[in-house]
Write a protein that binds this ligand. Structure first.
Ligand SMILES: Cc1cc2nc3c(=O)[nH]c(=O)nc-3n(C[C@H](O)[C@H](O)[C@H](O)COP(=O)(O)OP(=O)(O)OC[C@H]3O[C@@H](n4cnc5c(N)ncnc54)[C@H](O)[C@@H]3O)c2cc1C
Length: 500
């Protein structure tokens, strides 16, 4: 037992996990004189921010986007890190190519018009959800209502042509690639918490490594970072008085027991779902165990296909190739996709030199992700390549310029992520708010509050500012927030992090 008057230099905080939230938390605590030890299960820092060389050049297999807010004078922290490090950001050309269920290209005019209508409806859904939340926590919106229910209802009001209405509803499936699960699973009551998807969206044209290095520098310089150290137990107890606090002990996978003044858990939501029962002693309080089960875990996966050179040609120099192509509920690939999962790609060849590679990036979500990863997991590189090429050829072969006999149209390399099989990520990608959730905002708040009385704290993308959950910026701010809460315990300021 100790008291709160010890100098901060003797205060020892353990941060479990060296992802962006843990690194930011360490930065704030170190700058206030705390001693910080980070225990990280992987043999590297960064968590979900990570890269692969599998295509022959470096790509991010986790985040690529920066969803920067535009309605605040306060700079977006990750946009700022990108700017400070000279990380090239790409603004897409806002053009899209759309194929209907039979594989026919839709006229550009209807694609553009319907896309504008769809985004207007989504903006209305955010407003409707936000107003419902402000009024009475969203209770007037049935927890069973989905974002797609709203889109269907509004489309019935504003799109008179039946065929176009159906098309618009199919187009709304693209929201799945934002939240990692289908749009019909997205809670309407908590759609407002996904509003970051409507901000200024930029794509990191190189990769996130410079951003990560800059964010990690204070921790690398000032903290003790133990890699390949997996935490398997955390024992804490309630203080007898606010001035007499018990140490928290952490057990690692090699049987060590380490004592700290405070412990911050940054382990992902999915990891908490699978492990909280066995790791925390005593068990976490009901407000936290409910939050762990109430918040949804999404399944976003990425498949990069790179070709010997770009065969998908722009119609003319003044009309660039659309950045985004969408195959709506395809019915022409029954043997490989009998569930008609929609497909979408982003054209990574449109970046400025030297980041313009002849690569298209498919985003998968929900059951389609699960199908793809389960089909390739544990297979040889050749088997993976064959399966993935067979699965995705019905889509890329519809791009203009495709010719089966042309060597330029045969994938040179294919890289698929396998987050579904990643134990340290809890077998998923990031949190989301699915139909059925009653009070997602309260669940996020429960994480942000943590168990101060037990010196046990939580941060990460699931404890972020409401509209930043599931993002790098949200995780970063959650780390800052928890550090400020700890500062508050020791009478060191403790003002809130931005957006919290
Ligand atoms: C495929 C994919 C695409 C994404 N795209 C975007 C995007 O474009 N833009 C965006 O803003 N966000 C995106 N995200 C989300 C973003 O990556 C996360 O929100 C953010 O990186 C999470 O940071 P974190 O610190 O909360 O968690 P993590 O980065 O997961 O850090 C947690 C750390 O805890 C460690 N750990 C786990 N268990 C233990 C243990 N028992 N002991 C010790 N250490 C442990 C892990 O190894 C990890 O390093 C994407 C995520 C995925 C998976």
């Amino acid at each position: 037992m100790d008291d709160l008057n010890k100098p901060t230099s003797e205060r020892h905080v353990c941060i479990v996990g060296a992802g962006i939230s843990g690194l930011r938390c360490a930065d704030v605590l170190l700058s206030h004189g705390f001693k910080v030890t980070i225990l990280e299960a992987r043999d590297r820092i960064g968590g979900r921010i990570c890269q692969s060389e599998g295509l022959g050049y470096t790509v991010d297999i986790g985040p690529n986007w920066i969803h920067a807010w535009t309605d605040s004078d306060v700079p977006h922290p990750i946009f700022k890190l990108a700017t400070d490090t000279g990380t090239p950001l790409h603004h897409w050309n806002n053009k899209q190519l759309l194929f209907d269920s039979d594989g026919n290209k839709l006229p550009d005019e209807s694609t553009d018009r319907l896309s504008t209508t769809l985004w207007d409806i989504i903006a209305d859904a955010f407003t409707f959800s936000e107003e419902g939340h402000t009024k009475n926590g969203g209770k007037d919106i049935a927890s069973t209502d989905s974002l797609q229910d709203f889109i269907r209802r509004r489309a019935a009001e504003v799109v008179s042509d039946e065929g176009e209405r159906q098309l618009l509803v199919k187009m709304s499936e693209m929201f799945g690639a934002y939240v990692g699960e289908p749009v019909w699973k997205q809670s309407l009551r908590f759609a407002w918490m996904e509003e970051c998807c409507g901000g200024d969206e930029m794509f990191v044209a190189s990769n996130y490594s410079a951003i990560l290095s800059r964010a990690a520098k204070p921790a690398l310089d000032g903290a003790t970072i133990r890699l390949s150290t997996c935490v398997v137990g955390v024992t804490s107890s309630v203080a007898f008085s606010p001035f007499q606090r018990q140490a928290v002990t952490v057990t690692t996978d090699v049987g060590e027991t380490l004592s700290f003044d405070e412990v911050v858990m940054t382990t992902p939501l999915g990891w908490l779902k699978h492990n909280h029962d066995s790791v925390f002693s005593p068990a976490l309080p009901p407000r936290l165990t409910s939050a762990i089960s109430n918040l949804g875990l999404s399944q976003l996966e990425k498949v990069f296909i790179t070709f010997p050179s770009v065969f998908w040609t722009a119609p003319s120099a003044d009309k660039p190739f659309p950045c985004y192509t969408n195959w709506l509920t395809p019915h022409y690939a029954e043997s490989t996709n009998p569930q008609h999962w929609p497909q979408e790609i982003w054209d990574l060849s449109s970046f400025a030199e030297p980041n313009n590679h002849p690569t298209i990036l498919f985003y998968l979500y929900g059951d389609c992700s699960r199908h793809i990863v389960n089909s390739i997991y544990g297979k040889t590189p050749e088997e993976k390549h064959r399966f993935l090429d067979d699965f995705f050829r019905p889509y890329y072969s519809l791009l203009p310029g495709y010719d089966a006999a042309d060597a330029r149209c045969k994938p040179a390399a294919i890289l698929a992520t396998e987050w579904l099989k990643n134990e340290l990520n809890g077998f998923g990608s990031y949190c989301n708010f699915q139909v059925g959730v009653e009070a997602a905002d309260q669940d996020v708040l429960a994480f942000r509050e943590g168990c101060a009385e037990r010196r046990l704290w939580f941060c990460g993308e699931h404890a972020a500012p409401f509209e930043e959950c599931g993002t790098v910026a949200g995780a970063y701010l959650s780390g800052e927030n928890v550090a400020r809460k700890i500062l508050g315990v020791y009478g060191l300021g403790g003002e809130k992090a931005q957006g919290i």
